[in-house]
Design a protein around this ligand. Structure first.
Ligand SMILES: Nc1ncnc2c1ncn2[C@@H]1O[C@H](COP(=O)(O)OP(=O)(O)O)[C@@H](O)[C@H]1O
Ligand SMILES: [Mg+2]
Length: 472
């Protein structure tokens, strides 16, 4: 169940329960009202029945008074009481219209009343005919209270009717009582349910408040942590800025130092070179073979040192100069540099191919230095390969242009590939291939200054390929 549905149930559930409560309570109340209406109705029937009894009593008494006195006033009273009795019976009949057994009894009552009125009428007629001389004995049969057609029969029927109503009254009292109990019960149940709902609602409120408080506590904790963190961050940034500045200063010092060292080393080196040359030439006759050999070795060392100094100067220059990008015809530049390098290779035959039309956005001066080193290496490491082949081209890798220089020379062991681009690291001995170990470090620095990357693949005896990109 999703939390949304649950919340909807929590909202709708109580409303449904309250509606049910209202329905049950109003149903019980309706029953109670109807029972009470029936009670009132029954009491009215009873009252009307009693009124009939009383009217019939008055009629009987009026006739008796007439028989004794002969006063016509009593005859009037008799008629009036008789009419009242009939009207009361009519009312009882109307009230008990839906009770078939009562209707039967009322019909019998009407017959008895008719008979009774005719007996009373007969007695009045006899009194009129015979006057006061009429003996009581002659009248008795007509007035006999317990004769089948006498007042007792009428009273008997009225009692029957009243008894039936009293029986109904008992039932209806019981019904009203049950209805009242139901009302009380349903209200009690409703109140209890409402109480439970209120308790649940309070529970929810308390839970919600607790959750809110916990959230607030957590938010405060997070806020505090954030504050701490940003404090630490600021401190860290401050430290980074300071370290960077220190690093820049020491880098500059180092560069200046290496530049001046290389630069200053040149002068004495030139002196040694010049005088060793003079010594070799001017004192050639004086020196024996051993002396000439020593001088030759001195001059070889001087030349190597000169190369080293040049390389170091180039490296430091590459680091210091600004990168100024423009569109460089890479294939043309490669061909040009290769041609220049080939001028020092004597009569070597090397097959060369540069993919035409390759261009790049790069610093042309720095690109030239990179090519001098890369093609220089390619030429150097193919110097012992019979059919040397060097090529330049480009491919695309992961949507990025990758330039490459490939040769079929000495190659190298991939195990040491990581060392290639570190200054003074060489994978080949000086006896096989001479060098300073600074060239690839310079190339790597040029590529890094272009925000590119450089990597190499090699197979011992089968050649090497150097790849580079010129943007991040
Ligand atoms: N084309 C290549 N073929 C095989 N090995 C190479 C090639 N280019 C460079 N290397 C290896 O990388 C080393 C470092 O190169 P580099 O920095 O140019 O130094 P150097 O050329 O002075 O030896 C080289 O000594 C060599 O072992
Ligand atoms: Mg080199």
């Amino acid at each position: 169940m999703t939390s949304n549905t649950r919340y909807r149930l929590i909202m709708v559930g109580p409303i449904l329960i309250i509606l049910l409560n209202v329905w049950v309570a109003s149903h019980a109340l309706g029953k109670l009202f109807s029972a009470q209406r029936w009670l009132a109705h029954t009491l009215e029937v009873l009252t009307q029945a009693e009124a009939t009894t009383s009217a019939m009593g008055s009629a009987n008494n009026a006739v008796r008074a007439y028989l004794l006195t002969g006063s016509e006033e009593y005859v009037d009273r008799y008629r009036q009481a008789g009419q009242e009795a009939m009207a009361d019976v009519d009312r009882v009949a109307t009230l008990a219209i839906d009770n078939a057994s009562q209707q039967e009894r009322i019909a019998t009552l009407r017959q008895r009343l008719t008979v009774r009125f005719s007996v009373l009428d007969a007695a009045i007629a006899m009194r009129r005919a015979h006057g006061a001389g009429l003996s009581n004995a002659a009248l008795r049969p007509a007035l006999k209270a317990d004769s089948p057609d006498g007042g007792v029969s009428v009273r008997y029927m009225l009692t029957q009717i009243s008894n039936e109503e009293k029986r109904l009254l008992g039932n209806r009292y019981a019904e009203a009582e049950a209805a009242r109990r139901n009302v009380v019960l349903s209200f009690a149940a409703a109140s209890l349910l409402d109480l439970v709902l209120i308790v649940l609602a309070f529970q929810q409120l308390i839970n919600a408040r607790r959750d809110r408080e916990q959230l607030a506590v957590r938010a405060a904790q997070i806020g505090a942590l954030n504050g701490e963190l940003s404090g630490l961050n600021a401190e860290l940034e401050q430290r980074v800025v300071q370290r960077t500045r220190e690093l820049e200063v020491s880098n500059q010092e180092l560069q200046a130092f290496s530049y001046s060292v290389s630069h200053d080393l040149r002068a004495p080196l030139r002196t040694i070179d010049g005088f060793s040359l003079a010594l070799a030439e001017d004192f050639e006759d004086v020196l024996n073979a051993e002396g000439r050999d020593y001088i030759a070795r001195v001059r070889g060392g001087v030349q190597r040192m000169g190369m080293l100094i040049d390389a170091l100067l180039q490296l430091s220059r590459v680091t210091r100069s600004e990168v100024q990008r423009e569109t460089v015809q890479m294939a043309d530049l490669a061909t040009l540099v290769f041609g220049e390098l080939m001028a020092n290779e004597g009569d070597r035959v090397v097959s060369f191919h540069a993919e035409p039309g390759v261009v790049a956005e790069a610093d042309p001066r720095l690109m030239r230095v990179a090519f001098e080193n890369l093609f220089g290496n390619a030429l150097k490491f193919t110097s012992r390969t019979p059919e040397a082949r060097i090529e330049f081209g480009q491919t695309v890798k992961e949507g990025q242009t990758v330039y490459f220089i490939r040769d079929n020379g000495a190659g190298f062991d991939m195990q040491y590939v990581d060392r290639l681009f570190t200054a003074f690291q060489r994978l080949h001995g000086d006896r096989d291939f001479k060098g300073s170990g600074i060239g690839l470090a310079t190339v790597s620095r040029i590529i890094r200054r272009h925000h590119g990357s450089i990597w190499a693949e090699g197979v011992i005896g089968a050649g090497a390929t150097f790849y580079f990109t010129l943007s991040g």
